[in-house]
Each structure stands twice: as structure tokens, then as C-alpha cells.
Write a protein that binds this ligand. Sequence first.
Ligand SMILES: O=C[C@H](O)[C@@H](O)CC(=O)C(=O)O
Ligand SMILES: [Zn+2]
Length: 279
Amino acid sequence: MKKHNTRYASNPSSVKALNTQELRDEFLIQNVIKKDKLNWTYSHYDRFMVAGVKPVEKAVKLESIDQLKSSFFLERRELGIINIGDSGIVIVDGKTYNLEHKEALYIGQGNKDVTFSSKLSDKPAQFYLNSTPAHKKFPNKKIAIDDVEVIELGSPQTANARTLRKYIVNSVVDVCQLQMGMTTIKPGSSWNTMPAHVHDRRMEVYFYFEIKENQAVCHFMGEPQETRHIWMANGEAVISPPWSIHSGSGTSSYSFIWGMAGENLDYGDMDVCKIADLK
Ligand SMILES: O=C[C@H](O)[C@@H](O)CC(=O)C(=O)O
Ligand SMILES: [Zn+2]
């Protein structure tokens, strides 16, 4: 059985006392996308799992991990995949899905054999994966660029102009609890998810990418009146507890994939924080 990293759920009052390294150890996931292997991080927040794979030398098989005590990975789970690399191929129980750059695939509970490969090994795919517990099998569905719901948010005046793309949401694909999408900050803007919000009914994971060389994103987390920050490099993810804001400001433009799970599938169920009240 494969090794994985466990992250426990934490109490907001104990998180207040963490120093920089402790905060990073608890919430930051580095080197998410691994060459030719899957290395899962298992969060106890809604049992949300995160991994990424760049197949170069071989096709990579989705295998169960000891933590799941299941005979195959998707026995009691669903899976969302977004390809942020070059052309990729995902084969699910014999059916082939071609995923181009920024296309996604939802795979329902019960599928046994899933493999990831690149069309060209010198131009590899990079698959970002989120998985959550599932108790009902919904059909697999590819989400091509045209299937995505696009929303423009923010403005240059408030440095938060960005394009939000909803990939795996219940208006696009039937899911048990997983939601995934991608947000891209426009050149000249820096802020994502500002005004910030919390949603006590759902946890969230942000995966930052398209951060330019020698640039970074400062991710803000914590209770709205007790915020902390984590400096993030390209290709890193951060776990956001349900009680935490999740917002970032980059030293340049960037993109991120957000994934959520929990009590409901209502994307708009957020408690927005007044900017002037943040501490
Ligand atoms: O609950 C929703 C998630 O935090 C993100 O979709 C927010 C986001 O991408 C943004 O405002 O930039
Ligand atoms: Zn959110």
C-alpha cells in the first residue's frame, strides 16, 4: 500500500499559538505535482485528499492507500482532475478521456481502474487531483473549456480583478460533495477572494500555480479577527479549515485551483467578511 501524508483537523484557538514553521507544517502542502507518482495528502477536514501527477516515463495508476482500507481508491470516493500541463490521457475502466490544458474530469464512485499518462513525454500533462468521500455513483464527465461557467469578479481599482471558472459544481456535473474551479488574477491585480469569506459548512484547499519566477503569493488564513499568513511558491497548496478565511495577494498575477467539500453544494453559501473588520 502507498504512503501518504496525514493532516489533522485543528482547533482555531490552538492555531493562534503556532509559529511560522508550525503553521506551515499544519496547512501548507509543498511539491504537490510529482513526476510519475501520486503522493496523497489526507486531510481530516471532510476527509479531503489532494495530490498531483506529471507522467513522464510511464502511465501512473490510481492506487488505494492504507488509510482508506478499501480494495480500490474509488470504492467509497469520488475524484476531480484538472490538467494544468500539456495534453494528457486518463483511462477510466477502459474508457479514454483526452484532457487538454485546463480541461477537467469528474470520476464517480465505484470506478476501479484509473490511469494517467501524457500524450508526449517531452510535453507532459500535469494532473491536479482532489478526492472526497462519496456514497453514490454519478456518471463520469469530462468538463471541456466550453462547459466551464465563467464569472468576472473584482476591479482594477481594488486590485482584485479576476476570472473565476467553475468546473466541478452541481450546475455542471452531478457530484456527491466535491466542488472544483479555477481563478486567474488579471495583470495588475493581486488579490483573490477579497472581500474574504468563511463557510463553516465547507472546508477548502487552494492550489497556487502560474506564479511567475521570483514571485510569490501571500496567502491569508485564520478567523477573520485573528488572521495569519503563509508565503506560497508556485505549485503549492494550502488547506483552509471551515472556520478560516482563504484569500491571497500576489507580488504578480497568478492562478489557483480551489476545491471544496462539506455539508452542502451551494457555491454561494459564504459569510462575507467586511474588509474594514479584518484583523
Ligand atoms: O468559496 C469559494 C472559493 O473560496 C473561491 O471560489 C473564491 C475565489 O476563487 C475568488 O473569489 O477568487
Ligand atoms: Zn471559499
